[in-house]
Design a protein around this ligand. Sequence first.
Ligand SMILES: [Zn+2]
Length: 347
Amino acid sequence: MTEIEDSLALAETPPEAGAVVPICPGVGWLRMPLPMSLDHINLWLLDDGDGWTLVDTGMGTPDVERVWEQHIATTLADKPIHRLLVTHMHPDHVGMAGWLADRFGLALEMTRGEYLLCRILVADTFQAPPPEAIRFYRNVGFDDKQIAFYVSKFGGFGRVVRRLPAAFKRLSDGQRLSIGGNTWEVVVGRGHSPEHACLFSPELNAVISGDQILPNISSNVSIWPTEPDADALGDWLTSCRELQTRLPEDVLVLPSHGQPFQGAHRRLQSLIRGHEHGLERLLTAMDEPRRVVDLLDALFKRSLPMGEHFFMACGECLAHLNYLLRQGQITRETDDDGAWWHQRING
Ligand SMILES: [Zn+2]
């Protein structure tokens, strides 16, 4: 949620739906529509001789299926996709993976953490929310009306993720893939999702960064009901610092949203700084006991209406609070309704 101020966006025109823009040797850039305020995702086609390696797939919606059909009749008419990699389990990245795997007879390659969590979330679709999830949102400070809204939205994940293949091929941190004569090293990041794969090619000096490094917005770093005590922000900050050591500053960053850019280290530093400032604002606001829902204005500097962003905002606020709790900078008490109240430890 921070604006770009210190990285260099390339003045490339993004591809129209159904088109491919060459972005560096052997790498094609395409876009798929998203039905939300963030209205697109970037996908990457890597030239592998007699076929393409595709990285990420688009959300499992009829619109995206239509654009894929268009590509199959044009871009991919003479040269099919013969390898399928997915950076992480969010629906805009993995949504069409099952459909493409069926269509082209492909194995799905993902990290194990991403594949398994995705299968679990898809299995929850059309189920009732478990008591652990209700308890979690009581901890956050939801009232009855907000809980009812959550219940009405539960299990939506699988509606935009096509059925995943029941088997997968594992990507692991440090693994080197050979694609079209170039090496692509898997660099795993954490905090936005459990085991997010970036792909770095030293020969091309390019990195497919997924949602791990974005130019215009900061990636959502959230706590979710499946792991209330997770240290997602600690994981995220550690990953940002590690990426600064594993990637060159002048690497061409190919992000999932926005424009390709250079200035990876500066961008990562700005992301780290953004979270540090958020932690400071939260500490200032916790001179009296506060619930997660009371602290959203302090963290985001604006109020958020109920909806998809509200859940992400609560999850992100809680990620900051879990981090401060681990650092011994705040206390957490639970009241009779199950809500958590946080207060700064002075001294
Ligand atoms: Zn994501």
